[in-house]
Design a protein around this ligand. Structure first.
Ligand SMILES: NC(=O)c1ccc[n+]([C@@H]2O[C@H](COP(=O)([O-])OP(=O)(O)OC[C@H]3O[C@@H](n4cnc5c(N)ncnc54)[C@H](O)[C@@H]3O)[C@@H](O)[C@H]2O)c1
Length: 437
């Protein structure tokens, strides 16, 4: 049963206490964001501002949302995946006055109901993870065809007024940045976006170490498999893929990487991994993990070659990397063998195991990234919101990066929280580095 009210829609309000404890635990691991929160509490830079977000509703997101609230903002929150919401966290946020519309296992229709709810609040700033909220607003504005909104009541009053009010937005992940850059390239982006993903203190840590650890965490929690001795095929050697490959290797797996970019492929070879095509890897892999942000990376021609018992998982943003319709078409039966494990018996009797419905396995079957990593990602988010407000009207309607000084500020604060000091350039060194003679 879901409790649907105008001010929130969540699974069960009585879970709030449990959620508050989880948020407390996350906050303890997020010293940089806690510092930003203290600063926001004092200076109230977001006073009178409405912020609408589409983010995974996790304990770490809760710490971000409460930071924004501490800065004076009113926050509306929709999820960024129908399966990733932690219901106790949503309940806790609702109990603290956050307008949250999220519960685990939403249908696609309910998911877009939540997104539309967040859009129609009339935000000054939007936050996104995958760009569903920003894209929905743009589709409504340009009256674009939107099959995903077909059954959703999209009575966003005066879409133009809503869009005109937005000062700017942020985007958390690689896939969302790609979508928003495509929108900007068509000249249709309605307001400036800060690509939080492109901060160094985001992708070098969140995408690499966060996805590296939490993807394996999700796979292990859902299957209990031993990684030692397994052949693990990682599709994509970008920031997520290299984290996954590195951690799988560390646990004793024989890792094969597949790539389409020759430079990334070469890096993988020099990092000590085997590189093969997916067709070659399909025959030998025990566990396949996609992290490309691309569509149909594993498809019929690969399923046909896989060993009986092969396991399929995705860490990329959308559930499009493993071709699910091919898998269904090639199967004679399917059944759940575990909460997040579905067995597909192919026409020839081989069985393949799909984890978490092909959605991001770390957020569906585990709890997403460790809080320590989200500390930096979400400090970027919070500082990006302030940066957008401080630069109201000055930024072009394109996708921007957060200035390097803010990125470095986050790195310094993180190091400080870990008790680590770094050297400073001397005057003489600064001069030397500028000198061509
Ligand atoms: N699960 C999570 O919590 C999480 C966290 C961060 C990012 N992401 C998502 O993970 C995905 C990857 O992000 P990233 O930051 O690593 O991106 P990236 O751009 O750094 O890397 C993607 C890599 O995939 C490769 N690739 C593209 N198509 C391919 C194909 N058909 N076969 C093999 N390789 C292919 C590209 O060449 C590139 O090297 C995105 O969808 C991103 O949004 C998920």
């Amino acid at each position: 049963m879901v409790v649907i009210k105008d001010e929130y829609a969540i699974k069960d309000p009585s879970l709030a206490e449990k959620g508050l404890t989880k948020i407390y635990w996350a906050q303890r691991q997020m010293p940089v964001l806690s510092k930003v929160k203290e600063e926001f509490e004092k200076t109230k830079p977001l006073e009178g501002i409405t912020i609408s977000g589409s983010l995974h509703v996790t304990k770490e997101t809760a710490v971000l949302v409460l930071t924004l609230k501490a800065g004076g903002a009113k926050v509306y929150l929709a999820p960024s995946n129908p399966l990733s919401t932690q219901d106790e966290v949503a309940a806790a946020l609702a109990s603290l006055g956050i307008h949250v519309y999220a519960w685990r296992n939403m249908s696609v229709k309910e998911y877009f109901y939540a997104i539309v709810k967040a859009v129609s609040s009339g935000p000054d700033v939007t936050l996104d993870d995958g760009a569903d909220l920003t894209v929905t607003l743009h589709k409504l504005y340009y009256e674009e065809e939107a099959p995903e909104l077909k059954e959703v009541k999209t009575d966003v009053k005066e879409v133009k007024g809503v869009a005109d009010k937005v000062i700017g937005g942020t985007e958390e992940t690689t896939t969302g940045v790609h979508r928003l850059k495509a929108l900007a390239e068509e000249g249709k982006l309605l307001y400036p976006i800060i690509a939080v993903n492109d901060s160094l203190t985001k992708y070098l840590f969140d995408n690499r170490y966060g996805t590296g650890q939490s993807t394996l965490d999700g796979i292990i929690r859902s299957t209990g498999l031993l990684l030692a001795g397994k052949v693990v095929v990682v599709a994509g050697y970008g920031w997520c893929g290299r984290g996954i490959a590195m951690r799988a290797k560390g646990m004793g797996a024989r890792v094969i990487v597949t790539e389409v970019d020759p430079i990334k492929a070469l890096e993988a070879v020099f990092d000590g991994f085997e590189v093969k095509t997916m067709k070659e890897a399909a025959k030998v892999g025990d566990l396949f993990i996609t992290a490309t942000g691309n569509i149909n990376v594993i498809r019929a021609e690969h399923f046909k070659l896989m060993k009986d018992g092969a396991v399929l998982a995705n860490a990329g943003h959308f559930n499009v990397e493993i071709n699910l319709s091919d898998l269904k078409r090639l199967s004679r039966t399917r059944r759940k063998v575990n909460e997040f494990v579905e067995e597909f018996t192919l026409l020839d009797g081989r069985r393949l195991y799909l984890l978490a419905e092909g959605r991001l396995v770390n957020l569906v079957a585990a709890e997403g990234h460790p809080s320590e990593v989200m500390d930096m990602s979400f400090s970027n988010q919070a500082l990006a919101v302030k940066y957008l407000l401080d630069n109201k009207g000055k930024l072009s309607k394109t996708v921007h990066k957060l200035p390097l000084e803010l990125d470095k500020k986050i790195a310094y604060l993180k190091l400080e929280s870990m008790g680590i000091n770094v050297d400073k350039l001397t005057k003489e060194q600064i001069e030397y580095l500028k000198e061509w003679r």
